[in-house]
Ligand binder design. Structure first.
Ligand code: ATP
Ligand SMILES: O=C(O)C[C@@H](O)[C@H](O)C(=O)CO
Length: 344
């Protein structure tokens, strides 16, 4: 069954809007094998593009999809690094602009303490990505896409908040599907009422909503707190959502479709290096499957496999796999643990 229809005539599969940053992760390669350790003890870092929508842009592009990015970068070498990296990947950068008042890209230092403990130290003063403004949102560009993905981080502050809302409105009137990745990052928000106001505004317009249970709770705070997953899915499907994906970390995740069905998947067991990046692998893989017209359970399995591959890796962007690599990973895991390893 087809749950969502994309306008196939469109040149871009997906435009992603929002956060791009620089990740500094403890170096890990054959020459420099840094083990798990507190951040203060780390001597060498590797630099990567980071930020959830940026990572998903890389992920879907690795899968052969045509993506564009709508965002703001710093007018310095880190900004150039992002644009160069995106260009090398084949992401359309025509609508990435430079900040004019010295705002800087966020710097994220990841602490990897053990396979179940990781955290980030974030430098986000005078931040570039939240400078995206309504002038940057061009209707002609939005019209080129089958879908737009809004990262919830973009709603944290003006002027990015209005830019994201404008993009949603223009998508709506131009037959562009809206994907809302709630992408809650506490460091961006002043209070949870604001968060519920803006998240729910976009969720009401979205065709696909993806988030963790905690993220749905935050979104629903001013509507009806304490809902079950089934109640949340029904609420958003009462607006526009055709698919609502609710994640419960290691317990697994479920996609609720508008015809009242639900499909669940568990993570593939791996030795994780960090918790970050799982959601971006999941989103890239799930969306790829959806664009291929796969059954929802296959999209979920692919997303879950890609998530497991990403938590195992040392970064959230550069290691994003090709479809062949994800298929090979799934095959290997099934040979080891059985056909139903991730399926519920
Ligand atoms: N330790 C792990 N082992 C295997 N898979 C994992 C692990 N941690 C997370 N995942 C996978 O990653 C998915 C997304 O993880 P999580 O719920 O933490 O999302 P998130 O907070 O959106 O992640 P991100 O930091 O990338 O935004 C999970 O649903 C699961 O499939
Ligand atoms: O920005 C973060 O919260 C973590 C980043 O290191 C990472 O690139 C990411 O965005 C994961 O979703």
């Amino acid at each position: 069954m087809e749950y969502i229809k994309f306008n196939e005539a469109r040149e871009l599969d997906l435009i992603l809007l929002g956060r791009v940053a620089i990740d500094f992760n403890p170096a890990y390669n054959e020459q420099v094998k840094e083990e798990f350790k507190p951040l203060k003890k780390v001597h060498m870092f590797e630099k990567f593009v980071g930020g959830s929508p940026a990572n998903i842009a890389v992920g879907v592009t690795r899968h052969g999809m045509k993506a564009g990015f709508l965002g703001k970068v710093s007018d310095d070498q880190f900004g150039e690094f992002v644009v160069d990296y995106f260009n090398e990947q084949g992401i359309d950068t025509s609508h990435i602009t430079k900040c004019k008042n010295g705002e800087k890209l966020g710097l994220t230092f990841t602490e990897m303490l053990s396979s179940s403990e990781s955290s980030i130290l974030m430098y986000r003063n005078c931040i570039a990505d939240l400078q995206l403004s309504v002038e940057d949102i061009d209707e002609e560009y939005i019209k080129k896409a089958k879908a737009i993905l809004i990262s919830g981080t973009a709603l944290a502050e003006s002027p990015s908040r209005e830019a994201a809302l404008k993009a949603v409105m223009l998508a709506k009137r131009n037959d562009v599907r809206i994907i809302f990745d709630i992408d809650y990052r506490a460091y961006n928000w002043k209070n949870t009422d604001e968060l519920s106001i803006y998240y729910s505004t976009v969720a009401k317009e979205a065709d696909i909503i993806m988030g963790s249970r905690e993220e749905f709770d935050l979104t629903e705070k001013l509507i009806k707190p304490g809902m079950t997953d089934e109640e949340s899915a029904a609420l958003w499907q009462g607006y526009h959502a055709a698919i609502v994906v609710i994640k419960h970390g290691m317990k697994g995740s479920t996609a609720y479709t508008r015809d009242g069905q639900s499909f669940s998947i568990k993570p593939f067991p791996v030795e994780a290096r960090k918790g970050f990046g799982g959601g971006d692998g999941y989103g890239s893989g799930f969306l790829y499957g959806l664009y291929q017209g796969w059954d929802i359970i296959d999209c979920l399995e692919f997303g879950s496999a890609e998530a497991s591959m990403m938590v195992k890796s040392n970064n959230c962007s550069d290691s994003l796999p090709t479809p062949e690599e994800v298929h090979a990973f799934i095959k290997e895991e099934k040979e080891k643990f059985g056909e139903m390893i991730a399926r519920v």
